[in-house]
Design a protein around this ligand. Structure first.
Ligand SMILES: Cc1cc2nc3c(=O)[nH]c(=O)nc-3n(C[C@H](O)[C@H](O)[C@H](O)COP(=O)(O)OP(=O)(O)OC[C@H]3O[C@@H](n4cnc5c(N)ncnc54)[C@H](O)[C@@H]3O)c2cc1C
Length: 398
């Protein structure tokens, strides 16, 4: 996005140096091969609430290039995006390779030169405001402006540090939570659409609401990933030890208590195991709760004592699990932390410490929750940097 925008804004020679054998490989694997390009959230004020890091500073960036701009940018380049019910936007073809083709074709059409297998290991600042960029395996390149967009790779953070930039400690974000509870063996595979979660990490409590998936090693699903993103730093400090409290029916003691009382009368002769009083609660989960509480599932509703009713309510509304780690390797979708935002002009993405040096994407101390927000920040920051580089803005400009 940065390279294309710089070239389209008028820069005659744009070279893109990619360490690996192919560009945009992360796009290929993104969104389960479908690439969740952005999110149908049009107001920058709402949009920024999805960024645990970067929230307020991003308001300015999104006021210049937000989700609607990204959607029309791709549309103008021939790629239509479509929103799903939950707001996530994918290419209409449902294939990440079409996003790759769209970007690659646009780069080619405007004359961006791509060099793969070219990891940059050093950048020197020369006296005449030029940079000398050292890609492995080829000759150094002299250039007036450099845009660093190296994602979560440590080499990019090292290059930024070599220009005096401070790096906010990188920690993983967007992961599942692991637990050793035996409950998981029985209930793995169950998903619920609307639960409330509280995560207690050290002295801090984080809350979320949404869908959750029980796996044989812990808890996953959008609400858990969102929780992990907002708690990423605290979880890291506490070595991923925390306590998770789940309100399985997203209700409170009064309403849920009344429902149980009602069922005691309306289904008095029915067996507990045959009648879950809460439609959103899968039967397997309901039966597991009865078993854990040593309530005979063949007991009739009229026989349920208030002691068991209280226990059931506690289980349904605040079921507590010890969390002992984060999900298996491979689920870390983004890195939280990176180049300190106070050292970057977010209107132009230019370094405040070193004119001519620009940043975009995950390398910065900005990350979003799942749903297309991470790519949206990449499109925004890449576009802003490309524009500024193209029209020759510098860090003293607005
Ligand atoms: C499995 C998975 C699925 C995801 N799905 C989604 C999704 O659907 N929607 C969403 O919004 N986000 C998603 N994300 C997050 C998203 O992929 C990242 O936020 C985004 O790719 C970051 O873009 P970037 O350009 O900053 O970095 P990257 O995409 O990581 O690109 C950086 C590039 O720089 C290259 N590079 C690194 N160091 C050097 C160097 N020294 N010299 C030269 N080249 C270098 C790398 O090889 C890489 O190609 C997903 C992430 C993962 C891991």
């Amino acid at each position: 996005m940065g390279a294309i925008t710089a070239a389209e804004t008028g820069l005659s020679k744009v070279r893109l140096l990619e360490a690996s054998a192919k560009t945009l490989e992360k796009v290929r694997i993104s969104g389960g091969g479908r690439c969740n390009v952005t999110h149908a959230c049009w107001d920058p004020t709402d949009l920024v609430t999805n960024y645990p890091r970067g929230r307020l500073p991003l308001l300015g960036s999104f006021s210049r290039f937000a989700t609607g701009d990204a959607v029309s940018w791709f549309c103008q380049k021939g790629l239509d995006l479509i929103a799903e019910e939950d707001g996530r936007m994918f290419p209409i073809t449902n294939s990440s390779s079409d996003v790759i083709n769209c970007l690659s074709n646009a780069a080619k059409a405007i004359g961006v030169q791509c060099f793969t297998n070219s990891p940059v290991h050093k950048i020197d600042a020369l006296k005449n405001s030029l940079f000398r960029v050292f890609p492995k395996n080829s000759q150094p390149i002299e250039t007036q402006k450099v845009l660093l967009a190296t994602g979560g790779h440590p080499s990019g953070r090292r290059l930024a540090s070599s220009f005096g930039h401070s790096i906010v400690k990188p920690v993983p974000s967007l992961f599942s939570l692991t637990s050793r509870a035996s409950f998981l063996n029985i209930c793995s595979g169950i998903s619920l659409n609307d639960v409330s979660l509280k995560l207690f990490v050290g002295e801090t409590t984080f809350q979320e609401r949404g869908s959750i998936l029980i796996t044989h090693w812990g808890f996953s699903g959008p609400a858990i990933l969102r929780l992990s993103a907002f708690a990423a730093r605290e979880l890291n400090i506490n070595d991923y030890n925390a306590r998770l409290s789940i309100n399985w029916i997203n209700s409170d003691y009064i309403i849920a208590g009344n429902t149980l009382k009602e069922v005691r009368y309306s289904a008095a002769r029915k067996q507990l195991g045959n009648t879950s009083p809460f439609p959103s609660l899968p039967k397997r989960l309901w039966l597991t709760f009865l078993k854990e509480l040593e309530i005979d599932s063949s007991m009739r509703w009229s026989e349920l004592t208030s002691k068991f009713e209280k226990k059931l309510l506690k289980k349904l509304l605040s079921n507590s699990f010890d969390i002992s780690g984060r999900g298996p390797f491979g689920e870390e979708f983004v890195t939280a932390g990176g180049v300190n935002l106070s050292e970057v002009n977010l209107a132009t993405m230019e370094s405040r410490l070193f004119p001519g040096l620009y940043f975009a994407g995950e390398l910065l101390d900005i990350d979003g929750v799942t749903g297309g927000y991470n790519f949206q920040h990449c499109w925004t920051s890449g576009w802003l940097a490309g524009k500024a580089i193209g029209i020759g803005l510098n860090s003293s400009s607005d």
